[in-house]
Write a protein that binds this ligand. Structure first.
Ligand code: GCO
Length: 589
């Protein structure tokens, strides 16, 4: 780990995340209408637990108190559509509005910024009876709901997310039938549902911008499907990028089918080919509607799998090794997901990123001493944040991290078995207890990440002389156009020996290390909007501007000029899973 600084930016949004149906309970109280989740799990002992969940509806103040104790700066939660509009459209339920209004006030009282998700899957049952997301009018229903919400809360809410994970609610609820509304539609119908959900997103963004009482920050939350490279060799990185951005036939789990219309205004070419006849009819006007400018790209990143570049020039899956660490729900615990996931997304979409969910389920229980010693979760948080910090240091614009989740909660079709919370919930008594991870997170937040340093093992083997001297040479001669031979001559050793020793000790090749350091300096310089690109090239030891641009684009997926413009616009705007390794043949050796 070679991070220069572990400190996160002053204005970084440190948060926790939940969703209404997973915590609220009170499913039929105070005028709330039923959701598809209430109806389709009726009478079921495990799946039906969402009707009570953590009973947050009656523990709201207590729960905000835990957030304040942890010191979070932001809270991402969703609104239950049928609590606000019991029939989905029309009559507004005053008690529902009151509940969220009180929650927002309570958050603000504790200096916690509310981040509101409009749709996290608890769909109004009445609208389902009218065809739900298959109905062409469903985007308009969503727009109507958005307007009600914005009218009541936008005086105090600035941050909005429209739809949470279309991949997931459509994949599991409309295709596999494992989630409410338990449908098994054919692939074309699922894509139609998806098209409507995307239009709903667009209409909702428009409505927020039009009616918000303060300058809003709008985004959405997409499920990430991240592949990481087995090694950092450029060809493996290419393989991982390709696999992460790919669309495979008959599979809804991908990034670009959903993200490209939102950010670019069109379905990806590869997806149109892969899905063929199943692609829904879509007009240019609809695509324009979907493509509303968003301020951040929210992504839920929990886990990833490794790929390498196969001999045929296609990504191939690296086999999962027996005994590698897994979470309770059998997801890999690989922290690289936050490095590669954010990096690939940022290269592709070039808009600020917010980690709207990242967390792990573990077997947590209250120990004899009364504490909950969830060391695996602590390790997960630390590693993931370090990995995220690395991405940020390398230029990926990440604005916030929301840990999933504040509380242990109802995990959709699986009841209470998966515990994701920083706060433990005893489902019999509804007692809450802060876990050790909550205290760790608290310290990380209050030190802006600096406390992560103490988790990094320092008793490493002494750095070999040639490696240390090489690193020193590179740092102090960065503006010179040197190469491995130059350094070897200075150290009076053979270039092959130097390269071998360097790779042995650091795990990366000396030439990529030199390139990385040069690029790191360049990225830092480019933050200065007045600097000229040829000067950066010169001061970072690139032979000329063209060579610099080429190397920069290859690594960062954008030109130095684009990178610089982004910082300029950022400065200006300051005021303001279920993933399996795809069975696709392209991923098989
Ligand atoms: C999701 C949902 C969350 C889950 C979490 C853990 O990402 O699937 O947004 O509601 O509870 O991801 O599975």
């Amino acid at each position: 780990m070679s991070l220069r600084s572990i400190e996160f930016p002053e204005d970084f949004s440190w948060g926790v995340s939940t969703s209404a149906y997973q915590i609220e309970g009170a499913w039929n109280e105070h005028g709330k209408g039923p959701s598809t989740w209430d109806r389709f799990t009726e009478g079921e002992s495990i799946r039906g637990h969402g009707r009570v969940a953590c009973d947050h509806y009656h523990h709201m103040k207590e729960d905000v108190g835990y957030m304040a104790q942890i010191g979070v700066k932001a809270y991402r939660f969703s609104l239950s559509w049928p609590r606000i509009l019991p029939e989905g459209t029309g009559k507004v339920n005053k008690a529902g509005i009151q509940f969220y209004s009180d929650l927002i006030d309570e958050l603000l009282k504790h200096d916690i910024e509310p981040w509101v998700t409009l749709f996290h899957w608890d769909y109004p049952y009445e609208l389902f009876l009218r065809g739900g997301w298959l109905n062409r009018s469903s985007p308009e229903w969503f727009e109507e709901y958005t307007k009600v919400v914005v009218k009541h809360f936008s005086d105090r809410v600035k941050y909005w997310m429209t739809v949470n994970e279309p991949q997931c609610f459509i994949g599991l609820g409309y295709s596999d039938g494992r989630h409410a509304p338990n449908l098994k539609l054919n692939f074309a119908e699922c894509l139609q549902v998806g098209h409507h959900a995307l239009i709903a997103h667009g209409r909702s963004v428009q409505a927020i911008r039009e009616h918000a009482k303060q300058q809003p920050m709008v985004g959405w939350s997409s499920a990430g499907t991240t592949y990481r490279p087995e090694s950092e060799a450029l060809r493996d990185v290419r393989a991982a990028r390709e696999a992460t951005l790919a669309v495979y036939p008959e599979k809804l789990w991908n990034t670009c089918w959903w993200g490209d219309p939102v950010v670019f205004g069109h379905y990806p070419e590869e997806g149109l080919k892969a899905y063929g006849k199943s692609v829904p009819k879509h007009t240019a006007a609809e695509m324009k509607l979907i493509n509303q400018p968003i301020d951040f790209y929210g992504c839920n990143l929990f886990h990833c799998s490794a790929v390498r570049m196969g001999s045929g020039g296609m990504p191939v899956a690296v086999e999962f090794k027996e005994g590698e660490p897994l979470t309770l729900c059998e997801w890999t615990q690989d922290p690289d997901v936050l490095y590669w996931g954010t990096r690939f997304l940022y290269e592709h979409y070039k808009i600020p990123i917010v980690i709207t969910e990242n967390g792990c389920s573990q077997l947590d229980q209250i120990s004899l001493d009364g504490g909950i010693h969830d060391s695996n979760r602590i390790d997960f948080i630390v590693r993931n944040l370090l990995s995220l910090r690395r991405a940020m240091e390398e230029g990926v614009d990440v604005r916030g991290y929301f840990h999933w989740s504040l509380l242990d909660n109802y995990e959709w079709g699986q009841g209470f078995r998966q515990r994701y919370g920083l706060v433990h919930v005893d489902y019999q008594t509804l007692n809450r207890t802060l876990k050790d991870s909550a205290f760790t997170y608290q310290e990380i937040i209050s030190t802006h990440g600096e406390s992560l340093r103490k988790f990094i093992h320092t008793e490493e083997e002494p750095v070999p002389y040639v490696v240390k001297e090489t690193q020193r040479y590179i740092e102090s001669n960065i503006s010179e156009n040197f190469n491995i031979k130059t350094i070897a001559a200075r150290l009076k050793c053979h270039p092959d020996f130097l390269s071998r020793r360097f790779r042995q000790y650091t795990g990366i090749s000396l030439s990529s290390h030199i390139r990385r350091v040069r690029l790191e300096y360049a990225r830092n310089m480019l933050r200065d909007p007045k600097i000229l690109i040829c000067d950066v090239a010169d001061r970072c030891g690139f032979s000329d501007r063209i060579h610099f641009t080429k190397v920069f684009r290859k690594e960062m997926g954008m030109t130095p000029g684009q990178f610089q413009r982004q910082f300029r616009s950022r400065e200006k705007s300051k005021d303001v899973h279920v993933l399996e390794v795809s069975k696709d043949p392209r991923l098989m050796d």
